[in-house]
Design a protein around this ligand. Sequence first.
Ligand code: ADP
Length: 500
Amino acid sequence: MATTKKTATKKVAKKAAPSLKFNTAWEYAPALEGTSHVTIAPQYELFIDGKFVKPESGKYFNTINPATEANLSSIAEANAADVDKAVKAARKAYNGAWGKMSGAERAKYIFRISRMIQEKARELCVIETLDGGKPIRESRDIDIPLAANHFFYYAGWADKLDYAFPNRKPTSLGVAGQIIPWNFPLLMAAWKIAPALATGNTVVLKPAETTPLTALKLAEIIQECDLPPGVVNILTGAGATGAALVQHNDINKIAFTGSTEVGKLIQQACAGSSKKLTLELGGKAANIIFEDAPLDQAVEGIINGIFFNQGHVCCAGSRLFVQESVYKTVLRKLKDRMATLIVGNPLDKNTDIGAINSKQQLDTIHKYITIGKKEGAEMYQTDINLPRKGFYCKPTLFTDVAQSSRIAQEEIFGPVLTVQTFRTEDEVIEKANNTPYGLSAGVWTDKGSKIFNLTTKIRAGVVWANTYNKFDPTSPFGGYKESGYGREGGLQGLAGYLHI
Ligand code: ADP
């Protein structure tokens, strides 16, 4: 597959006009990650009670490689009867071996999962990239190491819950139903499973229908780690499978990461039940550049925040606010940097922007690009050729964006950045908070006082300062407003799985 890269010459870099034509200054030779060490079975079953079993539904669906549209494997589709089997297995394990086990013993199993993910990291990162379309650099350096780190971190808490919540005598909830999206498949599974196991719960997890493979590999790892049967069950399927899990009446907790739309449905379905609920939903993060910021570093952070991983991040910095005095300079630097982004084969280690996860998501992104143009914003895309097969989108910038426009208010979940300007701190705080979401934000400035002012006034679960999209298992993550509630990660991530 052709990877395409172009860069700005010094001469054009000074002009900052949307009509710039960039010359190709340098090209990288392809540096493809190998796939010969990867095993993907032609068909996967459901993982229930420690075994891979055929679905009661008798149905299977295909998971494809979005970079090539080639079929990767046939995946079992769980129905309500399968959900019931999995929940029963999880309940039996909770009432049996797992529920009676000491925290120190549980920790050994969780630690073992972490080690096994590390051992299989090379295979897992390639599968993540094949199934999801994200650049290998990201799955290799972020997704898989962080997934292992989450298990490692939470293994450490399993025998220290009384210290985590002194004088509160924390107890586990029971069976957790967990539903995850396609943007960080294995990492999201780790975010959900690790704290649940550390706190003594058992789990039924449903991965997203477009990216089930690493969760199924995790099921194999869990089998190899000899976890008691039923402690972790993994059910593949689409929205109906997720809905059946949410509706099951022997579930004590639902943890969901996904769209705000589905989050609201789940909240309605859980209303009036005793199920505990945490929701990590959409976002429309403001990334704010003040005139005193280190501009090159800030531009790199903006690029990282929205274009790497195709904007498939709920905390993507999709709204850029630039202080008026540096607007022209920032825009020029941004366009120059955009022109050097490499869009193409996700398995190539040079690729910055891989494939959009699905045709459906690509259509959504195109829909928003059309809306942006109709709303009167000015669009800029770099002059590159996209691969002919697969789902790809050019990195896209919109200027002259009104605060009320849909591209500035609604989550696009693609490589689309809106740019607005501001003059004062109060003005940008007002604008940054003016969306239904509140998941994350970024501030770029030389002044600690501005950082403190903004981090206290921006209603977002995470505010990064002079960096962006940095994650660590010790740090809690979650939203305000329509970005959901509850926190995952850190000490706070334990609380969602305990009676305290
Ligand atoms: P996205 O827009 O990121 O695909 P979704 O919210 O549609 O996010 O999907 C996130 C997860 O929620 C996926 O695993 C999906 O199968 C699941 N899901 C979709 N619809 C429902 C539903 N009605 N109830 C429970 N889970 C659902």
